[in-house]
Design a protein around this ligand. Sequence first.
Ligand SMILES: *Cc1c(COP(=O)(O)O)cnc(C)c1O
Length: 388
Amino acid sequence: MAEELIASNGGTIPSHPYRSWVEVSLTRIAENFRSIRALVGDGVEVMPVVKADAYRHGAVQVSNTLQAEGAQWLAVSNTDEGIVLRDAGIQTRILVMADFLPFSREELIANRLTPVIHSLEDLEALNRLAAKHQQRIVYHLKIDSGMGRLGVRPDQRIAEAILAAQHVTLEGLMTHFASAGNYQSPQTDQQVATFQQVLDLCGRAGVYPAIVHLSSTIPIAYSRKDAWREMVRPGHAIYGYVSPARGHAPPRQLDVRPALTWRATVLSVKDVPAGTQVGYGGMFETQVPSRLAILAAGYADGIPHRLSNKGQAIVAGRLAPMVGAVSMDLCTIDVTDCAPVRPGDAVTLLGAQGDVSIDAQEIARLAGTISYSVLCGIHERVKRIYVK
Ligand SMILES: *Cc1c(COP(=O)(O)O)cnc(C)c1O
């Protein structure tokens, strides 16, 4: 398809009347979801993670697509994100993974969201809330098996506390890995073992959560099957990404492809002589007579400032270097070696065109960050378009 665009449009992409936009393929999202399901098999539920506006792919559209594909569960970070989905008519179960703040509890319950509880104190609070509402509330409990972030640390009193909370029902027991992609570290094996001890303790007390879940993208993609259990929680993979593993990782089993392409419109093109300084701080100086294209996107749109003098854009199937500092609303690329570009033409900041591609991992590497942060950093003012 990319070739067609080049051929039909003198080397540029069909323009939209936007300074910068993303094209999200819902077909790709659906395919990625199906690939994950096929890998984990029928016995394992797949709960796509659509927090942070579906990693900026658009939570409502992505959730509608996943619901239509048969997803029974979706996961969000907080109550507000869950409410957005309920207001849009999403009927799946929705797990709220990082909230249960006192000021969001009532709304959480009113919107039929399922809370993750992170401490025994919060479990008591949930129990009181259920008693007050005379309503049985179903919850998941998170165990801190070694990440040292959210969750109850292993504790003899966990089973007792679950049994004592008589107005609520434990449905899920979960944990999250700190170093899933690092096969040089024993941390994941240790976390699995620690979590299993908590499960065993619960079992001895007669507490058997119906849904045990531990795995985000990496333990799915590299087939750490002892961490799949009843449900898995892929985020990154839904959007087509799997971070490379470190150390002696087993071969990656999952095939997914990026669903998002990010474009920016050329605002101005100019020819400058050798020795021209470009942008704030004169960070770049042309060595030869050069043609510059100034793009209508900057760090306020989500282009990492650290791509200054390091980033790239695809212009008519060819990589053009970013020159000078990325500024708030603009950045500059050197198009001297590219096919002619005019103001109003679009270039690709993230995506594939012809034989070249730039994905979020590549951008992250150049900017010294992670691909998750690149995707989530795409600002709301960047328009979103849904394509096949
Ligand atoms: C964000 C998140 C996930 C998804 O992680 P990916 O690496 O994007 O698959 C899963 N579980 C929890 C608890 C999370 O916060």
